[in-house]
Design a protein around this ligand. Structure first.
Ligand code: ATP
Ligand code: MG
Length: 360
């Protein structure tokens, strides 16, 4: 007897070309059973292509896709234990909401009783907060509501893998947050593997156990959300996931000193290769104090903009000799008098341990 495979989905050196376009290139990926994985990356980086290869709607040009330890190349979508919510959710316009959701259940063999089909469709609609809309026509539903019908249709027959391509893109922020929580709860309750495609970094970080950051057809980092944010693998990840300040520096010949173009020195945490490098520093890692001049141990600048964001305030600071910096201040730890105003001179301090150095 062989042990059950620990991975639900596996890509082994998968490449997909459409004619002369290489959509994804040499992807290796392992999604453990019951995990919630997000594929995150900018438009055109190959997220949907990866999802479609799991679903069986595309075949790899090279390499192998496995589901539950079985090779899937050439296996038709309906023979795979997966369901997909498409980026452009293809609902049946001539059916009502409940009929759309019940469609998959009606195809089940052995046949299910009509009462069970209806009960399960209604249960799925309740999960996506659409109770009461059962008899509506699809064209009578808003974009966000249609998206939730597509979601209900995909979860109704409890697949072992659910593939979600930007499933919440059409929802407003409040409903989207609510649905994010619902989806997470649903995933835990059903214990099934979720692969979510999104270009929204907040969504990826907040919902998944594992984030897979993609860029131009490749995976650049796969790690837990916190690790992606705290230890980005490269400048692309640092920029794409969260906001970041980039500072050009020179690593001095001792390999231990980072010299900024304004002359300020920072101690490196580890020995680095001498030469040009870029430092990435998160806006929330910087503290602002009112001060007219820098003393060499901090950066000095002038506040050019303040953006009020409710629980936080974002400042754009023109730093002497270094250009614009973004600084985020948490307003909970702030008195009204701590808010600095545009036009004020400030000093910027930060823990040198919080900077990430990337060689040029
Ligand atoms: N059927 C196709 N024929 C030719 N090129 C394609 C086809 N489908 C996708 N591509 C190309 O492959 C690349 C990856 O596309 P894909 O749809 O996977 O991107 P994505 O990451 O899902 O982007 P988005 O966030 O915009 O949905 C793009 O350059 C795209 O133009
Ligand atoms: Mg896509």
């Amino acid at each position: 007897m062989t042990a059950a495979p620990a991975n639900d989905i596996e890509f082994r050196s998968v490449t997909k070309c459409y004619g002369s376009v290489t959509a994804v290139s040499d992807i290796n990926l392992a999604v453990p059973k019951g995990a919630f994985v997000a594929l995150l990356g900018p438009s055109g980086c190959g997220k949907t292509t990866c999802l479609r290869m799991i679903g069986g709607f595309e075949q790899p040009s090279e390499g192998t896709v496995l589901i539950d330890g079985r090779e899937m190349n050439g296996v038709a979508p309906y023979r795979r234990p997966v369901n997909m919510v498409f980026q452009h959710y293809a609902l049946f316009p001539h059916f009502d909401v409940e009929q759309n959701v019940a469609y998959g259940l009606k195809q089940a063999r052995p046949k299910l009783a009509a009462s069970e089909i209806s009960a399960r469709a209604r249960e799925a609609l309740e999960m996506v907060r659409l109770s009461g809309f059962e008899k509506r026509r699809i064209h009578e539903m808003s974009g966000g509501q249609q998206q939730r019908v597509a979601l209900a249709r995909a979860i109704v027959n409890k697949p072992s893998v659910l593939l979600l391509d930007e499933p919440l893109a059409a929802l407003d922020k409040k409903l989207r947050t609510a649905m994010q929580i619902e989806l997470q709860t649903l995933q835990r309750e059903l214990g099934i593997t979720f692969v979510l495609v999104t270009h929204d970094q907040e969504e990826a970080l907040s919902m998944s156990d594992m984030v897979c950051v993609m860029n131009t057809g490749r995976i650049v980092q796969m790690a837990k959300p916190q690790e992606i944010y705290d230890r980005p693998a490269d400048l692309f990840v640092a920029d794409f996931v969260g906001k970041t300040n980039r500072i050009s520096v020179t690593v001095e010949p001792d390999g231990a000193t980072l010299r900024l173009s304004n002359g300020m020195a920072l101690a490196a945490r580890s020995c680095l290769k001498p030469g040009a490098a870029t430092v990435a520093l998160r806006p929330e890692a910087i503290d602002l104090v009112r001060q007219s001049t820098g003393d060499g141990s901090s950066l000095a600048g002038i506040v050019t903009h303040r953006i009020f964001l409710g629980s936080t305030a974002e400042y754009q600071i023109s730093v002497d000799g270094l250009g614009d910096f973004l600084v985020t201040a948490d307003r909970r730890s702030m008195q009204e008098s701590d808010l600095v105003e545009p036009g004020e001179r400030v000093a910027l301090t930060f823990d040198p341990g919080k900077v990430h150095v990337f060689p040029a």
